[in-house]
Design a protein around this ligand. Structure first.
Ligand code: S6P
Ligand code: ZN
Length: 192
């Protein structure tokens, strides 16, 4: 069902599931391992524990077209790769002038934002936090807690997603655990 008629679905705050659900994107370490700073840790996990699910995205059936407001939930499972928290791939919107809103539903995490000039900002998120991604900022989220971090996102239908830029450059900063607390550090693999 495309959203040309009014509709509703239920959002399960603890799991992120949308009901009825249309599409689930699953991101496993084997596929997205390149985003983490510690590549030895990635290989170590894959060879000793095997693959693991890092995050999932539940996508509502709304067209990615001008005038629509696609929405989805993301659930990032708790865990680390080396000292770095589980996180999403991260992207700019293809149309840089398109913004986005996130709403924390359960668990806790951080939203990392990066401008094209390389400035980085961090917004802490917990249930009830409404975070704003302004136009022009790449965004990625990390789970800094011990339970799944779940949030809701809504964005303009003509925003588009540019993953290639972040795949090439990475983020200037990484979020790592130090004495059990999230700390922002320079990314040794960042390419401007
Ligand atoms: C879409 C929005 C989120 C992310 C999701 C996964 O514009 O920002 O729904 O798609 O959190 O992250 P990523 O970087 O893999 O798309
Ligand atoms: Zn986005």
């Amino acid at each position: 069902m495309a959203a040309t008629e009014p509709f509703a679905c239920e959002v399960e705050f603890q799991t992120g599931a949308l009901c009825p659900n249309q599409q689930v994107l699953r991101r496993a370490l084997r596929d997205i391992g390149a985003i983490f700073a510690d590549q030895e840790a990635v290989q170590q996990i894959l060879s000793t524990e095997g693959d693991r699910l890092v995050y999932e995205v539940y996508v509502a059936d709304v067209p990615e077209e001008d005038g629509h407001l696609p929405y989805c939930t993301t659930v990032i499972y708790p865990g680390r790769v080396g000292d770095e928290y589980h996180m999403t791939k991260g992207h700019y919107h293809m149309r840089r002038e398109r913004a986005e809103v996130y709403l924390g539903l359960s668990g806790e995490g951080c939203l990392l934002l990066q401008s094209e000039a390389g400035e980085v900002r961090v917004v802490e998120m917990k249930p009830g936090t409404a975070a704003y991604v302004p136009p022009g900022w790449a965004h990625r989220t990390a789970n800094t807690g011990d339970v799944p971090f779940v949030f809701f996102a809504v964005y303009p239908g003509d925003a588009g997603h540019d993953y290639g830029t972040i795949e090439t450059t990475g983020f200037a900063k990484i979020l790592v655990a130090q004495n059990g607390q999230p700390v922002l550090k320079d990314n040794p693999r960042w390419r401007r």
